[in-house]
Design a protein around this ligand. Structure first.
Ligand SMILES: N[C@@H]1O[C@H](COP(=O)(O)O)[C@@H](O)[C@H]1O
Length: 226
């Protein structure tokens, strides 16, 4: 199977996937990473992909916003839609069996999700908070602050299916982490990243198993009697 990875930053989760596919980290993902697409031209993850010999390209929203005044909300909305439509084309051109968002920091709109779901390619995402907790950005800091205020005792992270509601899709993998009052936000963040690298591999393997199961179910399906 072919796994396509979407990134935006340093790519430490991409590296965990690369190492697992290469058998340098277990469990081993039984697939190949067919391509990496970054939303940022300066993402270090691009270097990681190239070092691993994986096709990598940039799909930059800023290019779509170029020459559009900040206050022109409609034109920016149209540009964002075009960005998502073109992203779907770029992704589907690679014929992936699974799309993994590993630190992809842009919302995937219906203009992307619809064409992808039409060809039944599942999408999973890594989010550094527990289901229903702190959707969106700065989730690690927000969880740590809530822990410091004594509002919650557990933080964590999840791998979930991508739907149009941001960070709300059904979780495949959930990792709970105790929040410690004596811990700095940097220390908590380090624990989150260590567990993300384990979860992204587990989530990818689970999603691939589901794809395999679905296709074998299809094969054993009795032909419809006319
Ligand atoms: N969405 C968040 O962005 C970070 C990406 O890290 P990296 O994989 O680029 O190192 C991860 O913490 C992920 O949860």
């Amino acid at each position: 199977p072919r796994v396509l990875v979407l990134i935006s930053g340093s790519g430490s989760n991409l590296q965990a996937l690369i190492d697992s596919v290469a058998g340098k980290r277990s469990p081993q993902i039984p697939a190949e990473i067919c391509a990496v697409i970054s939303s940022s031209p300066t993402a270090y993850g691009l270097t990681r992909a190239k070092t691993a010999g994986i096709a990598a390209e940039v799909h930059d929203l800023q290019k779509y916003y170029k020459d559009i005044p900040k206050e022109d909300k409609d034109a920016r909305k149209q540009a964002r839609k075009k960005f998502n439509v073109d992203l779907a084309e770029l992704v589907l051109k690679q014929k992936p069996d699974l799309i993994v968002c590993a630190g992809w920091m842009l919302i995937l709109s219906p203009s992307f999700l619809n064409p992808v779901s039409k060809v039944n390619v599942p999408i999973i995402n890594l989010h550094p908070a527990l289901p229903g907790q702190f959707a969106g950005i700065h989730a690690i800091e927000r969880a740590w602050e809530a822990g410091q205020r004594g509002e919650i005792t557990k933080g964590g992270l999840m791998i979930h299916r991508v739907i149009k509601e941001v960070d709300e899709g059904e979780p495949l993998v959930v990792k709970e982490l105790e929040l410690k009052k004596e811990e700095t936000v940097e220390e908590y963040e380090t624990r989150v990243h260590e567990n993300e690298h384990i979860a992204i591999i587990e989530g990818t393997i689970l999603a691939l198993k589901e794809i395999e199961q679905k296709s074998s179910d299809k094969e054993t399906e009795l032909p419809k009697l006319e």
